[in-house]
Structure formats: structure tokens, C-alpha cells
Write a protein that binds this ligand. Structure first.
Ligand code: GLP
Length: 261
């Protein structure tokens, strides 16, 4: 696991976007794994700037979102379909036909979930999966005690997650109770995983997931088993990392050929 500590949230976005760009340039037709939430927004902004000035070509890229609410009209502005369209597909100029979001409005949710995993596989798998982290350590919507072997499936949202996401809705009652999310097993099949976190309220989850024992109580800790995992955090989110000085030392001493930002 590579841990990069950045001075502020915008630098987290710049460094993480550079990692995404590095992976995309090496892939013939890149397949992006997209996350919603506020954490990855700075990545998308920096990618947009790279596309705009010709440093990055995503015209052939396809993309798969991590998750979607169940029981929310896909046209609702806070459905993840809408959020991904607004924050990624349009600004990055991706082909909307190649941007996929789980179908949380399907009549048969189990089949929709299985079809989503098949679609990822048929696209050749995800090259780089962007991840935020919930304050309870969830990635996607894999709440604590999610199986490390899990595939895309229906999940019940933890109350803490509903409270965290209440800010996107008018009231807590409006926050959906269920979702479709890629499983931890699905996420772990991406060739690179890139987790970003900013702010003090993420510090306990970051420390437990990066340095704690691997446990489904902190779902993001499964990333310790990934061969190509990069974690980019700001100072506040890094505040509880015991080996922060070591990560800074490693990053500062990286040979040129290993650098991506
Ligand atoms: C959301 C999403 C996750 C996201 C996390 C943190 O509910 N399902 O993919 O990483 O919670 O969100 P934020 O980045 O807004 O803190």
C-alpha cells in the first residue's frame, strides 16, 4: 500500500488525478471505476483540466460507478446516476453510453446486480477504481461486516451513513434505506485501487483501514490485500496514522521512475 500525505484537499485531488492519468495512459481503452461523494470531486476537477488542455485523452474510456440508491427515482438530482453524469460524464466528456451505474430502480434487483458484475467483466475489468471512504470505513456502500468475498448486491445502509448523507437531501426521511453496491470482492478485482480522504472526520477510518488489523468491521482494510493500492489523504485525514513520518519519508525519497505526480 502506498500512502501519500498531502498538505490540503486540493493537492489530494491533484496527486490522485495524476495516478488515474498514469493508469489510463498505460491502458489501450481505459476502464475507470467511479465513486460519488465529496471526496473524489477534486480528482474529477483535475482530470477535467487535463482533458481540456490535451494532457489526457479519455474519449475511448468507459466507466463503472460503485453504487446506487434503491428506491430513488434515477432522475432525482441526488441519484448516483445523476451525480455521476453531472460531476464526471459531462465535465470529462465521457461517452454517456459507456458510463454505467447499477440499476437501483430495476424490478429484479438481484438480476440487476449480477448483470452489473457481468458488464464489468465483459468490459475487461476496471483499470483504476477511485474510492472515497465513509466515516465508518465503508467503501462503495459496503458497510461494516460486509463480506470480503461479496459481489454487487443489495445492502441496507447503516444509520450513520444515512445521517452522513442527509446533507444531500431535505430530510433524513428522504435518504434511501437500501442500495446496490459493488461488493468488496468486486472492488478488489480492479487492477489499481485509489482511495482518497480529506478532513478530520475521516481520520479514525483511515487509520483503522491502513494500519489496523484487516477486519470487516473496517471494510476498507481489505485494501491491505491489494497489490496496487494507493491512499492519498490530507493532513487532517492523516492525523491518526502512527507511521505518518515514514510515509512522508518514503514519498519524498521516491526515485524519479516511480513518481506519478
Ligand atoms: C458515500 C458513498 C461512498 C463514499 C462515501 C463518503 O455514501 N457511497 O462511495 O466514498 O460515502 O462520502 P464523502 O466523500 O462525501 O465523505
Amino acid at each position: 500500500m502506498e500512502i501519500v500525505i498531502c498538505p490540503d484537499a486540493d493537492e489530494v485531488g491533484r496527486v490522485a488525478a495524476a495516478k488515474v492519468a498514469q493508469v489510463c495512459r498505460a491502458a489501450e481503452t481505459p476502464v475507470l471505476g467511479l465513486a460519488t461523494g465529496s471526496s473524489p470531486l477534486a480528482i474529477y476537477r483535475h482530470l477535467q483540466a487535463m482533458v481540456a488542455d490535451g494532457r489526457l485523452d479519455l474519449s475511448g474510456a468507459s466507466a463503472f460507478a460503485l453504487d446506487e440508491y434503491v428506491g430513488l427515482d434515477p432522475a432525482h438530482p441526488e441519484s448516483y446516476r445523476s451525480v455521476i453524469h453531472r460531476t464526471v460524464t459531462e465535465p470529462l466528456g465521457l461517452d454517456p453510453a459507456r458510463v454505467h451505474v447499477p440499476d437501483g430502480a430495476a424490478d429484479d434487483l438481484e438480476e440487476a446486480a449480477a448483470a452489473y458484475d457481468r458488464a464489468i467483466r465483459d468490459a475487461g475489468g476496471v483499470d483504476v477504481q477511485i474510492l472515497g471512504i465513509g466515516s465508518n470505513g465503508h467503501i462503495g456502500f459496503n458497510e461494516p461486516t460486509s463480506s470480503f468475498a461479496s459481489r454487487t448486491r443489495i445492502k441496507t445502509l447503516a444509520e450513520r451513513t444515512r445521517l452522513d448523507n442527509q446533507r444531500f437531501f431535505d430530510s433524513l426521511e428522504e435518504v434511501p434505506t437500501h442500495c446496490l453496491t459493488q461488493g468488496l470482492g468486486t472492488i478488489m478485482e480492479a487492477r489499481h485501487v485509489l482511495l482518497v480522504a480529506q478532513g478530520a472526520n475521516k481520520a479514525p477510518a483511515v487509520a483503522a483501514s491502513v494500519e489496523g488489523p484487516v477486519s470487516s468491521m473496517w471494510p476498507a482494510s481489505v485494501l491491505q490485500f491489494h497489490q496496487h493500492a494507493t491512499v492519498v489523504v490530507d493532513e487532517e485525514a492523516a492525523a491518526q496514522l502512527q507511521l505518518a513520518d515514514y510515509y512522508r519519508h518514503v514519498y519524498a525519497g521516491k526515485p524519479a521512475w516511480q513518481r506519478f505526480a
